[in-house]
Design a protein around this ligand. Structure first.
Ligand code: CTP
Ligand code: MG
Length: 232
């Protein structure tokens, strides 16, 4: 509970992990003895503010995903995802039953979400109804044209990298996906839909460098170090 609202985590695990290149989706791949999705479920399940977790699963791996979820008592539902991240996220949002809630939408491919980040998101969500964690880039960022030549060097002070969880008042994210229905463009994250549909302003807070998204095999090398901090 937070501000008299239920707090619901939606954990997205509907992807195939094509860039990761294994024969199972990356969220089921084991890192230091546990599937990648296990780590974020563990954090949400033990978080003081979280009341309920909804997991959005890849259709082909529903049983395997359910088996992992079994030990987490806050998981109330494992629903089937869609062809794209946006459709999976929409399925998660539409399966929320308590309308007086805050939702945190999270990529299961980010195992190292923290209780502190959850707390920061919740304490900032009331103002606009939408808040996301962002990070500056240490590298110079450039805009590159389709011919691979640099078009522009971007201002590093105004360009940020976006992470999950992203936190919303339920009515904000519900309205975004209600308008999205039937438009089959895939968006990279949930806050971009809120902006695209003009629902509300999106506030940013400081993200966490450890909260990486596992995308390719190289990311496993970094993750093995981080996961050793967990004493499961
Ligand atoms: N996701 C999802 N449903 C999809 C596609 C992605 O729930 N149809 C989830 C993934 O499981 C992941 C998160 O969205 O936790 C971020 O997506 P990404 O890192 O792109 O994962 P994948 O789509 O699985 O990987 P790839 O793009 O390499 O295939
Ligand atoms: Mg993807």
């Amino acid at each position: 509970m937070y501000n008299d609202r239920q707090v619901i985590a939606i954990v997205l695990a509907g992807g195939k992990g094509q860039r990761f290149g294994k024969d199972i989706p990356k969220q089921l791949y084991e890192l230091n003895g546990h599937p990648i999705i296990y780590y974020s479920l563990k954090v949400f399940n033990s978080d003081h503010f979280i009341d309920e977790i909804i997991v959005v699963s890849n259709k082909e791996y529903l049983e395997a995903t359910r088996n992992i979820c079994n030990i987490f008592h806050k998981v109330s539902d494992v629903v089937v995802g869609g062809e794209t991240r946006s459709l999976s996220s929409m399925n998660g949002v539409m399966s929320v039953r308590n309308l007086n809630s805050y939702v945190l939408i999270h990529d299961s491919a980010r195992p190292f979400v923290t209780n502190e980040l959850i707390r920061q998101l919740l304490s900032n969500v009331e103002e606009t109804g939408a808040v996301i964690p962002v990070l500056r880039s240490v590298d110079t960022l450039v805009e590159v044209r389709s011919d691979r030549y640099v078009a522009n060097t971007l201002d590093r002070n105004s360009v940020f990298r976006v992470q999950t969880p992203q936190c919303f008042k339920y009515e904000v994210i519900f309205e975004a996906y209600r308008r999205y229905l039937g438009k089959f463009v895939d968006l990279p994250d949930d806050s971009s839909l809120v902006i695209k549909e003009g629902i509300s302003r999106v506030k940013t807070i400081e993200g966490d460098e450890r909260n990486i998204k596992i995308t390719t095999q190289e990311d496993i090398l970094i993750s093995i170090n981080f996961s050793s901090f967990y004493s499961f």
